[in-house]
Design a protein around this ligand. Structure first.
Ligand SMILES: Nc1nc2c(c(=O)[nH]1)N[C@@H](CN(C=O)c1ccc(C(=O)N[C@@H](CCC(=O)O)C(=O)O)cc1)CN2
Length: 304
């Protein structure tokens, strides 16, 4: 991976050009690495098709009419298509019951033409999302949302990773960020983002602190972090003054208007490395989904 050097001279107080100049944080760009991953996944999908006639296929399941979710599913389908991965689209009305959704996911799990299944999160509030995720066959859980996948991540065993957490680790590795012994503070504890990213960091020998909405003295804890992963779902939540100088800042937020969870303008004056939004973690999420879909197709296809 060609990691771009993005050192730009800036001022410690952006409103005062006479303040002491310093280098802005280097950007951790996900776009290029994601493009490389997708290109490799496309090569593997083609090789599988040439050798066996089998086209890797990702089934996407969207419940309800949340416009952002519809956009993300469309992005996944379009990128699959470009990579030579087939997609099967299931769109269900907002009134779908847990039982109906579970039945649909079981059907896809049993369909031999489908190699990977993605249930777009969030589902409408009346649905038991955990029950729905657990209806996905672990062999087809290319989004890493089942308890099986979580246990594999927690035990440091091979398996499909939750896509955003797995993408974050790949980005940290590509930028040679040392994880062993580093203090990583994760802000957020959601089942497909905060919790698994902490587990993956721990499996890489980082010292992990989980923080969340009930955490006291959050800013003081963040100040002790070598690596900060912001996964709160609140725009511009993490302020520059919370950061230790030189910290690595991963912004996993995807709020309205492409705004991250980190106040970028402030954070870039303090951090050593920082992911932008857009162009940081987001593209890595979809790239890992495609990579894992092809891996699932390979594993499910017997070569004669
Ligand atoms: N089942 C899942 N649901 C959700 C996941 C997930 O990984 N699995 N993650 C998020 C949303 N998400 C994918 O679903 C997602 C969000 C944003 C991006 C992205 O690439 N964003 C771009 C900017 C958007 C654009 O280009 O228009 C970026 O950051 O550069 C990808 C995936 C919640 N649900």
């Amino acid at each position: 991976m060609t990691s771009p050097s993005n050192h730009t001279l800036t001022f410690s107080n952006p409103d005062d050009p006479k303040s002491a100049p310093r280098e802005a944080a280097r950007l951790m760009v996900g776009t290029d690495l994601a493009a490389e991953m997708v290109a490799k996944a496309a090569e593997r999908a083609k090789a599988l098709k040439d050798a066996t006639g089998v086209e890797a296929c990702l089934a996407t399941v969207l419940v309800g009419d949340d416009p952002a979710s519809a956009t993300y599913v469309r992005m996944k389908q379009n990128r699959s298509k470009k990579a030579g991965i087939g997609s099967l689209s299931v769109v269900l009305p907002a009134e779908t019951t847990t039982e109906e959704l579970v039945a649909e996911l079981r059907k896809l799990s049993e369909d031999p033409k489908v190699h990977g299944i993605l249930l777009q999160h969030p589902v409408p509030a009346h649905i038991d999302e955990r029950a729905a995720f657990e209806a996905i066959d672990p062999a087809k859980d290319v989004d890493g949302v089942t308890m099986h996948a979580f246990a594999a991540m927690a035990f440091g065993e091979p398996g499909f990773r939750s896509c955003t957490p797995g993408g974050i680790i790949r980005l940290l590795e590509a930028y040679d960020v040392p994880l062993a012994g580093a203090h990583a503070v994760v802000i957020g504890r959601s089942p497909i983002l905060g919790k698994p990213v902490g587990m993956l960091l721990l499996a890489s020998n980082a010292t992990v602190t989980y923080t969340h909405s009930k955490t006291r003295d959050l800013a003081d804890i963040v100040k002790t972090a070598d690596i900060v992963v912001a996964a709160v779902g609140k725009a511009n939540f993490v302020r520059g003054s919370w950061l230790k100088p030189g910290a690595v800042v991963i912004d996993a937020g995807y709020n309205e208007n492409n705004t991250g969870d980190v106040h970028f303008e402030e954070a870039t004056l303090v951090a050593g490395l920082i992911t932008p939004v857009p162009g940081g973690v987001g593209p890595m999420t979809i790239a890992l989904l495609l990579e894992q879909t092809v891996a699932a197709a390979e594993a499910q296809t017997t070569t004669a």
